[in-house]
Design a binder for this molecule. Structure first.
Ligand code: NAD
Ligand code: UD1
Length: 360
C-alpha cells in the first residue's frame, strides 16, 4: 500500500479512465468494494480518516487481490487535504462511503453526525466540482423509507420519515444531491440504498469490525457464537411478523460490493453518452428473514444452539423491511447471489479468524 503524504511524495498516475476515489474505503463496505474494483482492473485511491476502521483492512485488500491500494489518511472535513488529493490524482469517479453510521450514537451526538456526514459531503462536493469530477455514487440506506405502508419496497416509495439523526443525514444528502443535479446536469449521481449488509469476504481477511458493543444483529450474534457475549438479546417478539421478531433483508457484503461495480459500469455508459443523470437503486436480496431465522441459520453454521433472551422492543425499529430489486436487476444487470447460509458462514469465519478485529 502506498500511503501518500500530499504535497511531499508525487506518485505515478495510473490509467485516467480507471481511477476511482473511494471515500471511507477502509471501512466494512468500502474495503469489500475495493476488492471487487481491483479485481476488475480499476485503480482505487482511498481517502479515510480511520475514525471507524484500520489501515490494516487496506493491507488485507492488497493481500487478497495482489494489487496496490493508494491510501490518503485524512478527513473529508479538511478541505486543504482533500484538494491536495485531487491535485495529486486524476479521478473520474467517486464512490462516497465515508460517514458515521451508529444509529444510537447519532441520537446522542446529532451535531457530530450532521457535521461529519453533511459537512464532509459538502466539502467533497465542492472539491469535486472545482476539479470537474462530477460522477458520484453514494451510500444511502433503506432507512430513508422509514416504515413502509406495503412491501416489497420499490425505489419510488415515499422517503423522509426517518426516526434518528443518522437516517436523516442520508435523507438530507439524497435531497441535496437531487438539488445539485437539478442545478447542473453535468453531474452523474447514483444513490444506492442498502438494506442490511452482513457477511465478510470468503478469505476471512476482511469483515465488519464494530467499535464496542455491536448495535446490529449479525455482529452481535457472531460474538455470542465465539463466546464474547453469553446470549443474544432479541428486541421484541410481538411484531406483526410470522414469528413475532423483526424481519429484514440481509445482503452479503460481497454481493453489495459487486452492486457498486455494476453501478460504476452503468455510470461509465452514462458518461460516454454525455447525458448527466441521477439514478436510484435498492440493493438487497428481496428476501426477508426474522431474528429467529438468523439465530437458527447461525446456530447451524457454528454447530451449537445459540442462547437468546427476548427483551423489550428497541426504539425506532419497524416490523418488516425488504426490497424490490427489480430495477437493479433490469438496469444494472445485478442480482444478489449469496444465500443466508453463506452470509452466516462468512460472518462466522471472519469472527473466528479475527476475534479482536484488525488488532493482531
Ligand atoms: P464503516 O464505518 O465501516 O465505514 C465508513 C468509513 O468512513 C470508515 O472507514 C470511517 O473511518 C470513514 N469516515 C467516517 N467519517 C470520515 C471522514 N469525515 N473523513 C474520512 N473518512 C471518514 O461503515 P460501513 O458499514 O462500511 O458503511 C459505509 C457507508 O454505507 C456509510 O455511509 C454508511 O452510512 C452506509 N450504510 C451502511 C449500512 C450498514 O449496515 N453497514 C447500511 C446502509 C448504509
Ligand atoms: C439498523 C438501523 C438502520 C441502519 C442499519 C444499518 C436502527 C433502528 N436501525 O437497521 O438505520 O441503516 O442498522 O446500520 O437502529 N435485533 C435484535 N437484537 C440485536 C440487534 C438487533 O433483536 O442485538 C433485531 C432488530 O430489532 C431488528 C433486526 O434484529 O429487527 C435487525 O437489526 P439491525 O441489525 O440493528 O438492523 P436494522 O434495525 O434493520
Amino acid at each position: 500500500m502506498s500511503v501518500v503524504c500530499t504535497g511531499i511524495i508525487m506518485i505515478q498516475k495510473s490509467n485516467l479512465e480507471k481511477n476511482i476515489l473511494i471515500t471511507g474505503g477502509a471501512g466494512f463496505i468500502g474495503s469489500h468494494t475495493c476488492v471487487e474494483l481491483l479485481q476488475k482492473g480499476y485503480h482505487v485511491i482511498v481517502v479515510d480518516n480511520l475514525v471507524n476502521s484500520s489501515a490494516e483492512a487496506l493491507k488485507r485488500v492488497e493481500e487478497i487481490t495482489g494489487k496496490k491500494v493508494t491510501f490518503y489518511k485524512g478527513s473529508l472535513l479538511d478541505k486543504e487535504f482533500l484538494e491536495n488529493v485531487f491535485q495529486s490524482e486524476l479521478f473520474h469517479y467517486v464512490i462516497h462511503f465515508a460517514g458515521l453510521k451508529a444509529v444510537g450514537e447519532s441520537a446522542l451526538k446529532p451535531l457530530e453526525y450532521y457535521q461529519n456526514n453533511l459537512t464532509g459531503s459538502f466539502v467533497l462536493l465542492e472539491v469535486m466540482r472545482k476539479y470537474k469530477v462530477k460522477n458520484l455514487i453514494f451510500s444511502s440506506s433503506a432507512t430513508v423509507y422509514g416504515k413502509p405502508n406495503t412491501l416489497p419496497i420499490t425505489e419510488d416509495f415515499p422517503v423522509g420519515c426517518v426516526t434518528n439523526p443518522y437516517g436523516r443525514t442520508k435523507f438530507f444528502l439524497e435531497e441535496i444531491f437531487r438539488d445539485i443535479y437539478n442545478a447542473d446536469q453535468e453531474w452523474n449521481i447514483i444513490l444506492l440504498r442498502y438494506f442490511n449488509p452482513i457477511g465478510a469476504h470468503e478469505s476471512g481477511l476482511i469483515g465488519e469490525n464494530p467499535n464496542g458493543i455491536p448495535n446490529n444483529l449479525l455482529p452481535y450474534v457472531a460474538r455470542v457464537a465465539v463466546g464474547t457475549y453469553p446470549y443474544i438479546r432479541i428486541y421484541g417478539n410481538n411484531y406483526n411478523t410470522p414469528d413475532g421478531t423483526g424481519v429484514r433483508d440481509y445482503i452479503h457484503v460481497v454481493d453489495l460490493a459487486k452492486g457498486h461495480v455494476k453501478a460504476l459500469e452503468k455510470m461509465e455508459k452514462d458518461v460516454d453518452s454525455r447525458n448527466g443523470i441521477m439514478r436510484i437503486y435498492n440493493l438487497g436480496t428481496g428476501i426477508g428473514y426474522s431474528v429467529f431465522d438468523i439465530i437458527r441459520a447461525f446456530s447451524k453454521i457454528c454447530g451449537r444452539r445459540l442462547p437468546y433472551r427476548v427483551e423489550e422492543r428497541r426504539a425506532g425499529d419497524i416490523d418488516v423491511c425488504y426490497a424490490d430489486t427489480t430495477k437493479a436487476q433490469q438496469e444494472l444487470g445485478w442480482k444478489a447471489e449469496f444465500d443466508l447460509e453463506r452470509m452466516c458462514k462468512d460472518t462466522y469465519r471472519w469472527q473466528v479468524m479475527n476475534p479482536n478485529g484488525y488488532v493482531k
